[in-house]
Write a protein of this length. Structure first.
Lengths: 331, 331
């Protein structure tokens, strides 16, 4: 057994509830948000002190297989959240991290599509550990998650999944090479601070429009509690949107600077090969492309940034954007 | 020539002035602060929009020596800021990063001690590039800086110095190994977000008490503009200080989590050997130890955190804490 500890970046705060009419009944849904999002967007809540869970409560153990080489006869089950589109059902930046990971590693898998309201019952059923603890002490479940029938392992959270797959299938490309685990954890924190906070007001409303009805109702109800109002008011066309978008541009410029930090411009964070930091950047970039659309003003804009480097960057991920037809979850 | 770009973490904002009586005359001194500090502590200023310099203006070129192996016949000159103490004159977390770097690499050097008001004229004299641009477009100079007589290179900013020394003296321990430059740049951002903001209200006032008169006057005048009031009010004994200190403890707990991100607890960020991320953590930890004192309640407290791991961690740096007598700067 290896001890995995979630870093503070993905600590989420679940201290508010949203009212939601779903599947014909009125429900109360816990609303969770990261500490960082709370600080930026946490309108109308009470004082934050004392409501965050201690990091220690989020430590977890996941099984490490006793053999070092697993034959992988059976495809991994990959749980993803579908959009309403039929062209490209995968849209979530968090689950894209795991999809890219699986595709880069060439590990056979099958997608099972899960609407938001079904995540918790499914995770309980397969025995995936929660990624968060709610304010009332109850577990909170999120996707991505996988079930690996070869090791009988259910596991949630994209970085933990990447670590698990690196270890369990050592003959596949390693995304978090030896000696970079701690730096990758720090990267996750930095990535959130630099990009995600600026990006959410633009991509969250677009995401709501992109979801099938059951997920959309859940998503709007919970996100409107987080952001303190109707999602369409977060970044409507005009100066407010332009300000957020300018911050997104600045974030990508910062990543471009990091890629040349030693004086030599590199294509990827590890140098010449794609690593988990790149998978993170690409997953959020593909989110922008999918929910705003390839024909959007923003996507056209992004392609010109930093000398066009993000076009080249995303081109390198094209061959890892395979989305199988998959099947709907059966609870 | 290699192009070095400062990452956004160390972008500083210089848009206010402090009045200061120094060397018998009344002077106005530009006050610079990082964007992040500004957001947290920037009391009483006007709107921030538009006053930050573009990152692009901070690109700089530093010479890369044409030979790959420099014989290093002459010691490097290392410019540091002295405390008023005689026991351990080195105190600054930023210059400690370079001192640790030089000591770990075993590169011969000689310290030249520079009081705050003398930094700018000295840097102009030796031709070190500024690390910041002031709001009025004028260059802003900071320490650490080095002058390497073997390559006739003057260079400021601790990460750039580490990159330069890694490249110029490749037979010495490399602190930013191949494939980790971009992740180290992200680490610097994450480190600032997680620790530095929480730490400053505690260590800045203690630092002022630790400086010789000319530096203290400069330091107090500039920092009181940044923090919007007397330094002793930032974290006086009581609940305000305890709140900041609890955040510092949480920051160290986050670092401890990062060090076990792949399920195996590591002594250092790169695994078994000290790298530049560790040098950064150690430099800020030694700052706490020096300005608060080994007998302080805080230092006793820190030694108990995370199962005592920071004692072990800092013990590994003990042998790199050499401070030569050095000499006072001659302008």
């Amino acid at each position: 057994m290896a001890l995995y500890v979630l870093d503070s970046t993905i600590l989420r705060l679940c201290h508010a509830q949203a009212d939601l009419r779903i599947d014909g009944e009125q429900r109360k849904v816990d609303v969770c948000l990261t500490r960082s999002v709370y600080k930026t967007y946490g309108h109308g809540y009470g004082p934050t002190q004392g409501i965050f869970q201690s990091a220690a409560t989020l430590s977890r153990q996941i099984p490490t297989p006793s053999t070092t080489h697993i034959e992988m006869p059976e495809p991994i089950i990959f749980y993803d959240i579908p959009s309403q589109g039929t062209a490209l059902k995968a849209w979530s930046p968090n689950t894209w991290k795991t999809r890219y990971t699986l595709n880069i590693k060439g590990i056979p898998y099958k997608t099972v599509w899960v609407d938001y309201p079904d995540i918790e019952p499914l995770m309980r059923k397969i025995g995936a550990l929660p990624t968060d603890t709610k304010a009332n002490g109850a577990p909170h479940y999120t996707l991505p998650a996988i079930y690996d029938p070869n090791t009988k392992t259910a596991l949630a959270e994209s970085a933990l999944i990447a670590h698990y797959l690196d270890k369990t299938y050592p003959d596949t490309p390693r995304l978090i090479p030896a000696g970079t685990a701690a730096l990758h954890a720090a990267f996750t924190q930095a990535f959130f601070t630099v990009l995600v906070k600026a990006l959410l007001p633009i991509t969250i409303p677009a995401t709501a429009d992109h979801l099938p009805p059951r997920s959309e109702a859940y998503f709007r109800a919970t996100r409107e509690v987080i952001f303190g109002g109707p999602l369409q008011e977060l970044a409507p066309p005009g100066p407010k949107r332009e300000k957020h978008w300018a911050e997104v541009k600045k974030a990508f410029a910062t990543f471009a600077q990091w890629l040349q930090a030693d004086g030599v411009d590199k294509p990827f964070f590890l140098g010449d090969k794609i690593g988990y930091a790149d998978v993170t950047v690409a997953s959020f970039t593909v989110w922008i492309r999918i929910v705003l659309g390839e024909d959007s003003k923003e996507w056209a804009d992004l392609k010109t940034w930093d000398g066009g480097r993000w076009v080249t960057y995303m081109d390198a991920f094209k061959k890892y954007e395979y989305v199988d037809a998959g099947e709907a979850v059966v609870l």
